[in-house]
Design a protein. Sequence first.
Length: 163
Amino acid sequence: MALMSTLFPAMYMVGKRHPHSRELSELKKMRGELKKPLIQFYGHTHVPTFIRARETKDGFEIHAEKIFPGQTFSLEGDDYYMINPGSVGQPRDRDQRAAYIVLDTKEHTVTFRRVQYDYTETAHDLVAGGYPSSLVRRLQTASAAEKEIPDDWLKHYDEANKR
Protein backbone atom coordinates (compact mmCIF):
# COMPACT_ATOMS: atom_id res chain seq x y z
CA MET A 1 0.00 0.00 0.00
CA ALA A 2 1.46 3.42 -0.97
CA LEU A 3 0.89 5.56 2.09
CA MET A 4 2.95 8.48 0.91
CA SER A 5 0.64 9.48 -1.93
CA THR A 6 -1.51 11.53 0.45
CA LEU A 7 0.61 11.53 3.61
CA PHE A 8 3.57 13.55 2.30
CA PRO A 9 1.56 16.79 2.51
CA ALA A 10 0.30 15.60 5.90
CA MET A 11 3.83 15.86 7.28
CA TYR A 12 3.28 19.60 7.52
CA MET A 13 -0.31 19.52 8.78
CA VAL A 14 -0.84 20.18 12.46
CA GLY A 15 -4.39 19.73 13.72
CA LYS A 16 -5.88 19.83 10.23
CA ARG A 17 -8.70 17.58 9.09
CA HIS A 18 -7.89 15.12 6.36
CA PRO A 19 -11.24 13.39 5.86
CA HIS A 20 -10.58 11.66 2.55
CA SER A 21 -7.41 9.76 3.33
CA ARG A 22 -7.83 6.51 1.44
CA GLU A 23 -4.72 5.05 3.08
CA LEU A 24 -5.95 5.70 6.62
CA SER A 25 -9.30 4.16 5.74
CA GLU A 26 -7.48 1.07 4.44
CA LEU A 27 -5.47 0.86 7.67
CA LYS A 28 -8.72 1.16 9.62
CA LYS A 29 -10.16 -1.81 7.71
CA MET A 30 -7.01 -3.85 8.29
CA ARG A 31 -7.14 -3.20 12.01
CA GLY A 32 -10.72 -4.41 12.35
CA GLU A 33 -12.02 -4.31 15.91
CA LEU A 34 -8.60 -4.17 17.55
CA LYS A 35 -8.36 -1.18 19.88
CA LYS A 36 -4.60 -0.75 20.05
CA PRO A 37 -2.29 1.71 18.35
CA LEU A 38 -1.66 0.88 14.71
CA ILE A 39 1.86 1.79 13.66
CA GLN A 40 3.03 2.17 10.07
CA PHE A 41 6.75 2.67 9.48
CA TYR A 42 7.70 4.11 6.11
CA GLY A 43 10.54 5.80 4.30
CA HIS A 44 11.27 7.61 1.08
CA THR A 45 10.57 11.18 2.29
CA HIS A 46 14.07 11.32 3.85
CA VAL A 47 12.68 13.40 6.73
CA PRO A 48 12.10 12.18 10.31
CA THR A 49 8.34 12.18 10.72
CA PHE A 50 5.87 11.36 13.46
CA ILE A 51 2.23 11.59 12.42
CA ARG A 52 -0.62 10.75 14.78
CA ALA A 53 -4.06 10.31 13.24
CA ARG A 54 -7.25 10.12 15.27
CA GLU A 55 -10.58 9.03 13.95
CA THR A 56 -13.29 11.65 14.04
CA LYS A 57 -16.88 11.52 12.85
CA ASP A 58 -15.70 13.33 9.69
CA GLY A 59 -12.70 11.11 8.92
CA PHE A 60 -9.32 11.64 10.55
CA GLU A 61 -7.60 14.45 12.39
CA ILE A 62 -3.89 14.43 11.66
CA HIS A 63 -1.15 15.86 13.87
CA ALA A 64 2.38 16.02 12.49
CA GLU A 65 5.02 16.62 15.13
CA LYS A 66 8.22 18.59 14.63
CA ILE A 67 11.05 16.20 15.49
CA PHE A 68 14.14 16.97 17.56
CA PRO A 69 16.97 14.46 18.03
CA GLY A 70 16.47 12.57 21.29
CA GLN A 71 12.75 13.29 21.36
CA THR A 72 10.48 10.46 22.55
CA PHE A 73 6.81 10.00 21.67
CA SER A 74 4.27 7.74 23.35
CA LEU A 75 2.27 5.28 21.26
CA GLU A 76 -1.02 5.09 23.06
CA GLY A 77 -4.73 4.63 22.71
CA ASP A 78 -6.23 3.44 19.49
CA ASP A 79 -4.62 6.10 17.32
CA TYR A 80 -2.88 5.50 14.02
CA TYR A 81 0.81 6.38 13.73
CA MET A 82 2.87 6.95 10.61
CA ILE A 83 6.57 7.09 11.49
CA ASN A 84 9.62 7.71 9.33
CA PRO A 85 13.01 7.45 11.08
CA GLY A 86 14.59 9.82 8.55
CA SER A 87 17.54 9.22 6.27
CA VAL A 88 21.05 7.92 6.14
CA GLY A 89 22.69 9.28 3.03
CA GLN A 90 20.05 11.43 1.33
CA PRO A 91 18.58 13.74 4.01
CA ARG A 92 16.02 16.40 3.15
CA ASP A 93 16.00 18.22 6.49
CA ARG A 94 19.25 20.19 6.45
CA ASP A 95 21.01 17.67 8.74
CA GLN A 96 23.73 15.37 7.37
CA ARG A 97 23.78 13.13 10.45
CA ALA A 98 22.36 9.63 10.09
CA ALA A 99 18.81 9.42 11.46
CA TYR A 100 17.24 6.40 13.12
CA ILE A 101 14.61 5.48 15.71
CA VAL A 102 14.44 3.24 18.75
CA LEU A 103 11.11 1.48 19.22
CA ASP A 104 10.54 0.46 22.85
CA THR A 105 7.83 -2.20 22.81
CA LYS A 106 7.65 -2.40 26.62
CA GLU A 107 7.19 1.33 27.20
CA HIS A 108 5.22 1.86 23.96
CA THR A 109 7.47 4.70 22.83
CA VAL A 110 9.54 5.69 19.84
CA THR A 111 12.67 7.84 20.18
CA PHE A 112 14.29 9.70 17.31
CA ARG A 113 18.10 9.68 17.23
CA ARG A 114 20.96 11.16 15.19
CA VAL A 115 24.56 10.05 14.90
CA GLN A 116 27.52 11.61 13.11
CA TYR A 117 29.12 9.69 10.26
CA ASP A 118 31.57 10.58 7.51
CA TYR A 119 29.13 11.67 4.81
CA THR A 120 32.03 13.16 2.82
CA GLU A 121 33.39 9.64 2.29
CA THR A 122 29.95 8.53 1.12
CA ALA A 123 29.83 11.53 -1.25
CA HIS A 124 33.23 10.51 -2.65
CA ASP A 125 31.92 6.96 -3.19
CA LEU A 126 28.88 8.34 -5.03
CA VAL A 127 31.13 10.34 -7.38
CA ALA A 128 33.38 7.30 -7.94
CA GLY A 129 30.32 5.16 -8.63
CA GLY A 130 29.07 7.53 -11.32
CA TYR A 131 25.94 8.61 -9.45
CA PRO A 132 24.26 11.88 -10.48
CA SER A 133 25.82 15.03 -9.05
CA SER A 134 22.41 15.98 -7.63
CA LEU A 135 22.65 13.05 -5.18
CA VAL A 136 26.14 14.09 -4.13
CA ARG A 137 24.98 17.69 -3.66
CA ARG A 138 21.97 16.55 -1.60
CA LEU A 139 24.22 14.51 0.66
CA GLN A 140 26.60 17.42 1.15
CA THR A 141 23.93 20.05 1.83
CA ALA A 142 21.03 17.96 3.21
CA SER A 143 18.85 20.55 1.54
CA ALA A 144 15.11 20.36 1.84
CA ALA A 145 12.68 20.69 -1.07
CA GLU A 146 12.49 24.40 -0.22
CA LYS A 147 9.53 25.23 -2.48
CA GLU A 148 7.32 22.51 -1.00
CA ILE A 149 8.02 23.05 2.71
CA PRO A 150 6.39 25.74 4.85
CA ASP A 151 8.79 28.35 6.28
CA ASP A 152 8.06 27.41 9.91
CA TRP A 153 9.20 23.83 9.17
CA LEU A 154 12.39 25.07 7.47
CA LYS A 155 13.11 27.15 10.58
CA HIS A 156 12.45 24.06 12.71
CA TYR A 157 14.90 21.99 10.62
CA ASP A 158 17.61 24.57 11.30
CA GLU A 159 16.88 24.54 15.04
CA ALA A 160 16.80 20.72 15.23
CA ASN A 161 20.10 20.53 13.32
CA LYS A 162 21.80 22.37 16.21
CA ARG A 163 20.85 19.68 18.75
